[in-house]
Design a protein around this ligand. Sequence first.
Ligand SMILES: [Fe+2]
Ligand SMILES: [Fe+2]
Length: 321
Amino acid sequence: MTAHAVPVEELARKSEAEVRHHLDSGKLVEGLAHMSPQYLAGIRRILTVSADTELVSAPSYLRAASHAPALNNFGSAVSIIQDELAHAHIGYRLLGDLGVDMSALIYEREPSEFKYPYAFDVPLDSWYELVLANALYDQAGFVLLSDVHRSSTFGPWKRALAKVDKEETFHLRHGRTWVKKLSADPDDKRRLQESLNWMFILTLEWFGLPDDRKLHGIQLEYGFKGKGNDELRQAWMAEVVPFVDEVGLRVPAHWDQERQRYTIDCPFPAAFDEERKQWLLDDGPISWDEVMVRWKRRGPMNRDYVNRLQKGYRSRIGVAA
Ligand SMILES: [Fe+2]
Ligand SMILES: [Fe+2]
């Protein structure tokens, strides 16, 4: 990001003590005038992850939308995609206000530099997978953004997320309505289950390393994040597991009454065959370091999706040059 942004020290002049004092008096951070370099670096990082995730969901969902059973279903999918582009725009606009060159960030970055979760690098190849993405991925986005909405100390984003949250609720409802409907038919249910087998575990991974491995004190203190990764993973399972149980689908997780938490019933984290979209569960669990190697390498659709997003801009610049 540094290549596309004014250095934080040039724009954010407050000390950590001044930021804390401002927050302690019950006020929100409203812009650069209230930020320390560390605050600015942190909020840029989390806004980039969020905006990149929203942006890449557009080509991912569009690819799957071509399998819509009817034209009006395609229309619903496209309206979701339109929402996601607007959500991405909110994030990038805020980054623009924070000294980041938005065009360079969106259109000139290498695909591997994008910061969205690995799950979006795996292609969605059917309508089943699109509606499951709405039920699982949009639920993950909702859990994470609700957490930011609650805990964020950055006023402009906090206010914008009120609208985003409402639209995500619509995406979720779209996913759940379809999953419920398709689960009623044995053949459709079988297809859903096949996709759920790889998508459920991939979304579990989305929340990242367990909290004992990753401590970002500043993320919690400045409200970039309210809950830890494991807590967020639990919050997601608390929404998804009862729902899939209700429609008669199976996932490798259950509520453990004794421990008062959801337990994952398969090796986790595990190795993933991204070409066949299958978890190699028989090989047992792997380390998070190994997971991070896969994440860093990015997955099958990374180049394709980012190139698609950048194509128009690049050809326009090419013509103008
Ligand atoms: Fe979104
Ligand atoms: Fe969404």
